[in-house]
Write a protein that binds this ligand. Sequence first.
Ligand code: SF4
Length: 531
Amino acid sequence: MTTKQLLSGNEAIARGAYEAGATVGTGYPGTPSTEILENFVRYPDVYCEWSVNEKVALEVAIGASLAGARTLVTMKHVGVNVAADPLFTLSYIGIKGGLVIVSADDPDMHSSQNEQDNRHYALAAKIPMLEPADSQEAKEFTKLAFKLSEKYDTPVFIRSVTRLAHTNSIVSHSKPTNRPLPQGFERNIKKYVMIPAFARLRHLEVEKRLALIAKESNELSINQTEINDKKTGFITSGVNYHYLKEIYPEATILKLGMIYPLPVEKIKKFCKIMKRVIIVEDLDPFLETLIKAMGITNVQGKKLFPLTGELNPDIIRGSLSTNKSSPVSINIDIPNRPPALCPGCPHRQVFNVLKKLKLTVSGDIGCYTLGVLPPFSAMDTCIDMGASIGVAQGIEIASNRKKKNTVVAVLGDSTFAHSGITGLLNAAYNGRHSLIIVLDNGTTAMTGMQPNPSSGETISGNPTIQIDYHKLGESMGLDQDNIREVNAYKEDEIEKNITKLLTSEKLSLLVIKGLCVIFKTRRIKQLKKGK
Ligand code: SF4
């Protein structure tokens, strides 16, 4: 009997990995990808971890794959930037156990610092990419991705977007594949050790493999045509397929499930029988550029649609309408609700102090980015995970503020573990004297309370190590007196310590500790329930 269940795209990807026989999952939490691992960890006989960052997550995944385990690694789109270094070489060495990488993109920046289009990573790293349109496809495409990975000795990307990740639709379950027992690592230096002599040979293999996959993509049923009239045809992928069907149920469509490499013959054949072809895609003209490069001239794309933000049925309808003068207007006065630090957040006090002291604040990703907004308005930069420390150093260097230091770096505990530690090491090594403030709330709050190396537990809830800031700072040569811990609720203490440490000619680490109130409330409820 087939079981059917209402699943989000993220839950369906986790289910797909399980049905495909994956036994290892790694990742770093990042909206909209977080729930994939949170669901995968619930399946029996799988190993899951929150790694400290996406680069490490991919490196662990590579090791597991080379030892023969089918492995899933998840991250949000900007996380792929962090993992890009091992990613490009992984493409050369290939895999042993199937390796699937989920890139969860965020068109329209619902919860991100940019809206980069990660389809370019598939092209640049020469890694096949599949893009599902709903939860059923999310599950099936994940299974197919594992198959293709092992068939062609390549990692495979699943591209998800926020709408797919967090939208629920019906999914039919299948019996999980028998989990092949990983046979362990086998030495193969020409494949796994990328010194230039071996890497040059591997690059040739990558090109051969891509040509074979491109050929097979013409036959793959996930690239499907629905032909009705031959006047106007659409080429699209992912959730935009459903938007198109909603507006034009009878439309002629070539729906691409594999968006890299493209099924060239299928696309050429489709465009040849159509008078006019419209490419419907979010963000960059990725498909459009590749299709025009095939020498096809009857296609249009971004000339009609916006280059920024996500598409939706209204935008698609509006972009294709000849009557541009009468857009649909909805006259509802929706109050503006800007995000804010939670009213009871223990780390509000520190932003009051930073504002009062008129400091230049180099900020970071997470809850505390919201310190930029009123009533605090106490943040001056925010670039990427862990960048606060390096950026503060750069400001300090260029401003030549040798005597009076007015620059501080502020970041959360998870971000510190993710990539702040290397910034701290750089500051110590280069003799900087900035003040680094870690706001330790005991969890990774912004993405939904995942544990991290400051929390003392793993993704499975097992006890583990906890960062000891004193020992860490000391090991990098910081003076004990320049490493301090303060209670987040003691505003006076916070001010006193910041003022004191700013007068120091040495690098300082101030850890302000206060458990996230949402996390605390949740824990109390769990304890009451006896969990
Ligand atoms: S989620 Fe927690 S840490 Fe983040 S702002 Fe709210 S209370 Fe503070």
